[in-house]
Design a protein around this ligand. Structure first.
Ligand code: ADP
Length: 635
């Protein structure tokens, strides 16, 4: 087709990335088409698009993964091109091929290049041929336990098992010793099979504390490829990135060039076109090892945009139209420093499990020079358990790393989220940590500093409860509605004629309950409280705590469950019940395996005891908080 005629783009994605792609498309004068599932009918990416097409049910497999429907939506809405974003169908070579066969432009690499990198094993074989250094490991076809046992013995423990078709940390397990191998292999295979429809695994030497440094590459249709510097994405939990920055602190110009050239070589070896990322692990001595290539736009691309001043989505569109790369390698800019954090609906204290709920309060930092917010949600939106729980990315740029860090801390301080657990306070602690300020980065960062990054919940002091009580009274809706808020007859704070007003309230926050004798003269700053329905959000240090009045009736039911019961930490599906009624278990023993977001989580015994009842079975769908089994604790 005539590539000049892209005037309408369909974005086959949701959330922040759909909004971000449409922003550039609009800036280029293009019409935008959103696709959505039933529950995303009113989502922000739908509201921001010119045209929206419903794909089907809430589950990704009933909507965002239905390639045929997406292509039909493009055709019916007059789109000439499809941008897949990241995740969903973005790295699905069959989909890319079907898009092209339908006479549409796929805003991504050619299907053949995606296929070459689709399997981590095949990619490693290919890279070895291109003389790109690899992480040592076993990536053969033979998937028998004995084969892995022999290979891992030779590599030396610990080893890391990975799904060859993997991504997003799914199907990935660290194995510390030979006796853990069989169980880890089985679990990783199950996860890989359910996530990717392919249970094949590879094993790698598990490097102790490497840095994750990746190279952004870009290639045009005329055989030119260049690298747009690197990103350091070492700050990870569950092997997934939470903080990313560019450039990588301390990387010498020589190492940048060596890694950049290796990445370009990798891209050229597979006839790459468009935006791609070559991921490496970097050791302390400056040795770098190829891990995988991601054949799409990455979540963390904004930090590259910030230091180069380029719009990578605009480049993707121009290159798909047949334009040559607009600059050469020596003209790739590198200005200042940028840091991005990913704001997730998740529970850092609870193993970073995804969270869901309604965003009763959601405030983003103000815009300004060096500040960027890429988000896909708005106040009132529901964060559903069906999709990735990332809410927004906050990106700060500065002349120096320290300036970017300070700016990002300020942005985090302006952010408020209520109604859903998030990693907001955790991100603030990471950014404020002296080791982060010193750029002491490696993938062990969070684990090493967890005492400071995940401190035990503090006992909330009296001043907090005073602030909460004052805030609740000041924001009570019926009080604000009356004609004369100063009239003693409308006051709810135990006003007494001629005496100081003293109110007594029972409040709950973060599982703590407190009887507050409230001194009516306490004044509360508007910036430190935020009311949504019956809940007051109170700023305390870097945290926002939800505070409610204690309702003994509402709590009566909940109390007996807590004793000895083990509940689901999140919405999910029971994949394994590992125990039987009457079985004695030790503290820490895995009892039930729950799958959520295609990842397996073990529910473990918090204390030693005997299982007295099991309330779930393999295959059950369970809600967060539902009781899975009962235990009698061993005295
Ligand atoms: P995924 O594609 O599932 O995200 P990756 O292969 O990209 O998985 O790895 C994710 C992260 O896991 C890396 O950024 C790194 O922190 C860690 N990791 C991967 N391979 C190794 C290894 N061999 N040794 C140590 N850490 C590793």
């Amino acid at each position: 087709m005539n590539l000049e005629v892209i005037s309408t783009v369909l974005v086959a994605n949701r959330g922040e990335i759909a909004c971000r792609i449409m922003r550039t498309a609009k800036a280029l004068g293009l019409t935008t088409v959103a696709v959505h599932s039933d529950i995303d009918r009113n989502a922000r990416h739908v509201r921001e698009a010119d045209i929206a097409v419903n794909l089907g049910g809430a589950k990704a497999s009933d909507s965002y993964l239905l390639g045929d429907r997406i292509i039909a939506a493009a055709q019916s809405s007059g789109a000439q091109a499809i941008h897949p974003g990241y995740g969903f169908l973005s790295e699905n070579a069959d989909f890319a091929r079907q898009v092209e066969q339908a006479g549409l432009v796929f805003l991504g690499p050619p299907a053949t290049a995606m296929e070459a990198m689709a399997s981590k094993s095949a990619a490693k074989t290919l890279m070895a041929k291109a003389r790109v250094p690899l992480v040592p490991g076993y990536h053969g076809e033979d998937q028998r336990l004995e084969t892995f046992r022999a290979a891992c013995m030779q590599l030396g423990y610990p080893v890391l098992l990975k799904a060859t078709a993997g991504g997003g940390g799914k199907g990935m397990k660290v194995v510390e010793s030979a006796d853990e191998l069989a169980e880890a292999l089985a679990s990783a295979q199950r996860e890989a099979q359910s996530s990717f429809g392919d249970g094949r695994l590879l094993a790698e030497k598990y490097l102790a504390t490497p840095r994750h440094v990746e190279i952004q590459v870009f290639a045009d249709r005329h055989g030119h490829c260049l690298y747009l510097n690197e990103r350091d994405c070492s700050i990870q939990r569950r092997h997934q990135k939470v903080v990313e920055e560019a450039p990588a602190p301390g990387l010498s110009a020589e190492l940048r060039r060596a890694m950049g050239e290796a990445a370009v070589q990798a891209a050229l070896a597979i006839g790459y076109v468009g935006a791609g990322t070559v991921e490496f692990l970097l050791d302390e001595r400056g040795g770098f090892f190829f891990m995988e290539m991601n054949t799409r736009l990455q979540v963390e691309h904004p930090v590259t945009e910030a230091i180069t001043g380029l719009d990578l989505v605009a480049w993707q569109i121009r290159i798909a139209r047949g334009d040559p790369l607009p600059i050469t390698q020596q003209h790739v800019p590198l200005n200042g420093h940028a840091i991005e954090v990913r704001l997730y609906a998740e529970d850092p204290e609870g193993g970073f499990l995804p969270a869901s709920g309604r965003l009763l309060v959601y405030r983003e930092p103000c815009a300004g020079p060096g500040r960027r917010v890429d988000s896909g949600v708005a106040q009132g939106d529901e964060v559903s358990p069906f999709y990735d729980p990332m809410l927004a990315k906050l990106i700060a740029w500065g002349e120096s790393r320290e300036e970017a860090r300070q700016r990002l801390l300020a942005m985090l301080g302006e952010t408020i989220v209520g109604g859903c657990k998030t990693n907001l306070a955790f991100l603030q602690r990471v950014l404020a940590h002296p080791a982060f300020a010193q750029a002491e980065l490696d993938t062990g960062f969070i684990e090493r500093h967890k005492a400071q990054l995940l401190p035990p919940a503090e006992v909330l002091p009296e001043a907090f409860w005073q602030r909460a009580a004052a805030g609740l009274l000041a924001t009570d809706a019926d009080r604000q509605r009356v004609d004369d808020p100063r009239s003693p007859w409308t006051r709810r704070d135990s006003w007494r004629c001629g005496l100081p007003g003293v109110a007594r309230m029972t409040l709950v926050s973060a599982g703590q309950r407190q009887v507050v004798r409230f001194d009516a003269t306490t004044v509360v700053a508007e910036t430190s409280v935020f009311r949504a329905a019956d809940t007051l959000y109170v700023r305390w240090g870097v945290d926002w705590h939800a505070v409610c009045r204690f309702d003994p009736m509402a709590n009566a039911d909940a109390l007996p469950l807590a004793a000895g019961g083990l509940s689901a930490p999140m919405n999910g599906c029971i994949v394994r019940v590992l125990i039987e009624v009457g079985q004695a278990v030790e503290a820490g023993a895995a009892l039930v395996v729950l799958e959520a977001m295609k990842m397996e989580h073990s529910v473990r015994a918090s204390e030693a005891g005997t299982v007295s009842a099991i309330h779930c079975a393999e295959g059950d769908r369970v809600d967060e908080g539902s009781v899975l089994l009962a235990m009698e604790v061993r005295p």
